[in-house]
Design a protein around this ligand. Structure first.
Ligand SMILES: Nc1ncnc2c1ncn2[C@@H]1O[C@H](COP(=O)(O)OP(=O)(O)OP(=O)(O)O)[C@@H](O)[C@H]1O
Length: 298
């Protein structure tokens, strides 16, 4: 990091600070090289990059599943291992990472968030049951608490894992593709909940391909492609030049004419990003998703 970045990182040090990390897998493949960014508490940050750019690898490093060969990660001012021991970090996985046939009830999954707060025998106390109750209520899943997790819709599954993170009462929450396979209403409910959590001072890192949603709810953006290409406030970072660098020719671009300014629509998923006169536009609350997908001229 340069001097200004180092200064900013120390000011933001209470949140998440990733300094020059390099991650090399056992097969010798270096997936992340010299990646740096920092987030203050009370932040929702988007992690944006193409498939294979290293988003999950960054999550694994923050979760202590892989150890960087160089660099350092600090969470709430402490090393990853200490933050994990104190139950300060929660992970909301991608749907594909979960075995939905595993015979477990919704409330049991949420109770798993309490394991770190229990003794070795994992006997829930009243405080644990209260935390589960509150977490289920917060994601509107009380009525489904006795359901097997495999019997839920995609959006309900996401909410269960979000409830697990809430029950854990983590200050740092990593969300891997929370909007994949969820409808617009559920996405809006999840966004509203994340905003509440931000206002409580938590720090959230959200990997997403839904570019159109990023300016709407993410205060900060981290653009990644084997390293961190750019990071900072969404206003400053999430612009056409940086996105083109991040996505190269992978994104579908549309140029619409007719208005006073050229309008570009960049679509990596179901929520397209509108760029007007070089400026990123906030998306309308109800985008016409199907229409936009089918209009793809590329
Ligand atoms: N355990 C592993 N061993 C070796 N290489 C790996 C391992 N896990 C991931 N990779 C490689 O690392 C690169 C980055 O993968 P990663 O899963 O971090 O990308 P991603 O940005 O999360 O992708 P996606 O958007 O598809 O989820 C890919 O080339 C992948 O093949």
């Amino acid at each position: 990091m340069n001097t200004i970045d180092t200064l900013a990182a120390s000011l933001d040090g209470a949140g998440m600070v990733v300094s020059g990390i390099t991650v090399t897998y056992r097969n010798g493949h270096t997936v992340l090289h010299d990646a740096s960014f920092h987030l203050p508490l009370g932040t929702i940050a988007a992690l944006v990059g193409v498939n294979g750019s290293g988003k999950s690898t960054l999550f694994k490093a923050i979760m202590g599943f892989v150890r960087p060969v160089a660099g350092d990660i600090r969470l709430l001012g402490m090393p990853v291992t200490r933050a994990l021991r104190q139950n300060l970090v929660a992970y909301v996985p991608q749907a594909e990472e979960v075995d939905w046939n595993f015979p477990v009830l919704v409330e049991d999954v949420v109770m798993m968030g309490r394991y770190g707060h229990m003794g070795l025998l994992r006997r829930p106390k009243a405080a644990d049951r209260d935390a589960v109750e509150q977490a289920l209520a917060r994601v509107n899943m009380i009525a489904l608490r006795k359901r097997q997790i495999g019997e839920l819709s995609g959006g309900q599954k996401k909410r269960v894992f979000l409830a697990r993170a809430l029950a854990q009462n983590s200050k740092v929450i990593l969300l891997d593709e929370p909007f994949t396979g969820v409808d617009v209403t559920t996405e809006e409910q999840i966004i509203a909940l994340l905003q509440e959590l931000r206002d409580e001072g938590r720090v959230m890192l959200v990997s997403t391909h839904n570019l159109g949603s990023v300016p709407e709810f993410c205060d900060r953006t981290i653009l990644i492609k084997g390293t961190v290409l750019a990071h900072g406030t969404t206003e400053e970072t999430f612009n056409q030049a940086n996105l083109e660098q991040t996505f190269g020719g992978v994104l579908r671009h549309f140029m619409l004419s007719g208005g006073a300014l050229p309008i570009g629509v960049i679509s990596d998923d179901e929520r397209p990003l509108i760029i007007e006169g070089g400026q990123v536009q906030r998306r309308a609350s109800q985008p016409q998703r199907k229409q936009e997908k089918h209009d793809d001229p590329a």
